[in-house]
Design a protein around this ligand. Structure first.
Ligand SMILES: [Zn+2]
Length: 258
């Protein structure tokens, strides 16, 4: 592997990523229903027939089957190949950027958690504790061996969780109803554990900015009220992705403006 050109190893990483994406689909489908992610085998949600191995090849199977179940002909969600493609791209790109390192492993695990949280929040308006809480610990453990370092990580957990918790209670006090879910502070604490406190602030600012922009655009197009818009966890996931990749350059650029 060491002598292979980077493009080849990145392609292998992407193939592996597609397989991981397939597993993330299982998590996204099953975690909100509180069912096991390892048992039973995957089945068509419409006719309940078990899915054969050749129907389970990431992206390829969806294209070959033209997005329909072989038995009942019901459409297979476009979400499946999209998640697989995004995960594949993430693995390929991160391998390219980081090379084999602890930071690579940390960022890949973090990225997978964000993909699952994004998809579940989008569909169910839910950020399951079974992902956010353990991954706060995972991020903190990684910080002992790689970026951002454990002090930065610990402050990140406190800043991330604390800031949104404060917003949660402030909103509750002013509007007398919940504007954020309790999952959002835990998710931002997880982001803090992996990225450190500075990039957590970048992620939160990006998420808030993108979220309000999206909300205003939706209202301008009269597509419902602020309440019916995309859940905040989706914006946090994108914000964290932005912070993890271009965050440091974004901060640099911002500081030159002053
Ligand atoms: Zn079927």
């Amino acid at each position: 592997m060491n002598d292979a050109p980077p493009a080849v190893t990145a392609a292998v990483a992407a193939l592996f990523g597609a397989l991981v994406g397939s597993f993330l689909n299982v998590c996204i489908y099953r975690l909100p229903n509180r069912t096991s992610i390892v048992w039973p085998a995957s089945a068509c949600p419409h006719c309940r027939r078990e899915i054969e191995w050749f129907e389970n090849i990431p992206i390829v199977s969806y294209l070959v089957l033209r997005g329909r179940c072989r038995t009942c002909g019901q459409p297979i969600g476009i979400r499946y190949p999209i998640i697989e493609a995004i995960t594949a791209a993430m693995f390929g790109l991160m391998w390219w950027f980081y090379g084999p390192s602890i930071l690579l492993v940390s960022r890949l695990i973090f990225g997978c958690a964000l993909i699952v949280l994004f998809a579940i929040d989008l569909e169910h308006h839910l950020l399951p504790n079974v992902i956010t809480l353990p991954f706060i610990v995972v991020g903190f453990v990684f910080s002992w061996f790689t970026e951002p370092g454990w002090v930065d990580s610990l402050i990140g957990v406190l800043v991330g969780g604390g800031s949104l918790l404060l917003m949660f209670y402030a909103y509750l006090a002013v509007r007398k109803k919940e504007g954020l879910g309790m999952g959002d502070p835990k998710m931002l604490a997880m982001i803090g554990a992996f990225l450190g406190w500075k990039m957590t602030i970048v992620a939160l600012m990006f998420a808030s900015f993108a979220g309000s922009l999206f909300g205003v655009a939706m209202m301008a197009m009269r597509r419902g009220s602020m309440e019916s818009m995309l859940p905040f966890g989706c914006f946090l996931a994108v914000g964290a992705g932005v912070a993890a990749t271009v965050g440091p350059s974004l901060v640099q650029w911002y500081l030159t403006l002053w």
